[in-house]
Design a binder for this molecule. Structure first.
Ligand SMILES: [Zn+2]
Length: 211
């Protein structure tokens, strides 16, 4: 059995088999007038045109099913830790451009808030903040050997790029850490690729400048 989609601009070959139409109590043959493909397109176009309503709907759906989600997610996360991390990193690597765009968009959306927060922080901690930054910058400058090659300088940049996209995808602040700290108590590390590693902010805080 076949049926023709009601949309004049339908891109499927019409008529189409019944399976290509969703069910509808009121429609002819108990089927919807638009084919599944057109329905999907229509829904996608609506979502693009109504981002706020999509957000509201998603929130509503989440609210209604929160408990179920919470339990299922917790169980899944607890039993698939490594797998999740590998999958996320692989996905992030394959979607770098998308993530950069998303990050830019996020920054745009939160610019004012971020500025206000930073301004407040600076006012509260003005002296300390300046001194810390200056000291860190100087330490970093002094720690970059003049003999580093262009490739090695690029490798350093890669660590910072990687930290950025890992932060986005893992939804956890990932920082570039100096394995041997630049301002350690007893030793002074270098700002070179082999002295860098990615850590979560939490791991980094725990580590401190102990060496
Ligand atoms: Zn169609």
């Amino acid at each position: 059995m076949t049926k023709t989609c009601s949309r004049p601009d339908c891109e499927q070959a019409n008529p189409q088999p019944f399976e290509e139409f969703g069910r509808s109590k009121t429609g002819k043959f108990g089927l919807m007038s638009m084919c599944r493909s057109c329905n999907r397109k229509k829904a996608a176009a609506w979502a693009v045109a109504n981002p706020e309503r999509v957000k509201t709907q998603n929130r509503q759906y989440y609210q209604n099913n929160k408990e179920t989600f919470r339990i299922e997610t917790a169980i899944y996360r607890a039993t698939h830790k490594e797998e999740i991390k590998v999958k996320k990193l692989k996905w992030a690597d394959e979607n770098k451009e998308y993530l950069v765009e998303k990050k830019k968009q996020w920054y745009q959306d939160n610019k004012e808030e971020k500025k206000a927060y930073e301004a407040e922080y600076r006012t509260k901690n003005r002296g300390k903040h300046r001194a810390d930054r200056k000291k860190y910058k100087l330490a970093k400058r002094n720690a970059v050997p003049t003999w580093l090659t262009k490739e090695q300088l690029e490798q350093i940049q890669h660590y910072y790029d990687a930290a950025q996209w890992a932060t986005t995808i893992l939804e956890e602040l990932i920082v570039v850490d100096h394995i041997v700290p630049l301002q350690g108590k007893n030793v002074r590390g270098l700002h070179v690729p082999w002295n860098l590693q990615l850590l979560t902010e939490e791991e980094n805080c725990r580590k401190g400048n102990k060496l």
